[in-house]
Design a protein around this ligand. Sequence first.
Ligand code: NAP
Length: 282
Amino acid sequence: MAARIIDGKAIAAEVRERVKAEAAEFAAGAGRPAALATVLVGDDPASQIYIRKKREACEEAGIRSIHHGLEAATSENELLELVGHLGLDSEVDGILVQLPVPEQIDPDRVIAAIDPAKDVDGLTPTNAGRLAQGMPALVSCTPVGVMELLRHEGVELDGAEAVVVGRSKLVGVPVARLLLAANATVTVCHSRTRDLASVCRRAEVLVAAVGVPRLLGADAVRPGAVVIDVGVNRTADGLQGDVDFEAVSELAAAITPVPGGVGPMTIAMLLANTLAAARSRL
Ligand code: NAP
């Protein structure tokens, strides 16, 4: 195997240690800990696990976790009211509404109601627009985590050919915007892209955020590329990324594993975003 394995777990642990120290400084200065409010509507088991992990990570970092668990039958208005109330609460620095929400609720309306200064998922139109215009913004955690991995690995982005596969609001588009801001030449691919493999082969930095197990094989990777696999796909063979790890690690320079690559970075960057939101509200 030629590629260096990018150890997201270890890099996330470093970020979490850093946030923990800075959260203690914040608490000493502000007279209260930074606080993240999480909201979960319904009892989807996967969402419950995600929320539990986020809450545990907060406690470990010295960030107060305030959780609101709402019944699956909660109306959109009730949720909007809670989100509005959290926006006004001076002791709440970050607001995270766990998606997906039940079908009677329009997620876009709920997200738009989050105070942009507390939008630690970076999903409000205000933060997405600020990012698009190159202004300071809270940016969603997974894309910031991808950039932190690249920074940690010392990957030169200035002038580099970067290809992002996926154009979601949560991952693909913000990753592409962050790479562009770092002066990479960025191509964004999606389900209508013709000859995906040949476009991907241009990439010195390839980011896969698709949700199709092992979509990108050796034919989609330029020898010596850095490959970041955001995909998390549950298959009969266990968790799989969007990249064929065995084949691609023969020719890439560096690659993230699944699990243990991008995943751990997402929670670490949520903590970092919450602290950043808390500081900017001082
Ligand atoms: P999403 O909203 O479903 O977006 C998927 C994107 O992939 C879309 O832009 C879609 O194109 C594109 N796509 C689908 N099939 C394709 C194909 N055959 N060829 C090329 N492009 C294709 O998903 P997401 O929320 O961005 O998540 C992507 C993956 O990342 C998922 O596996 C998810 O579980 C994972 N994820 C991981 C983390 C983490 O912390 N590790 C966080 C978030 C997401 P169209 O726009 O044309 O439909």
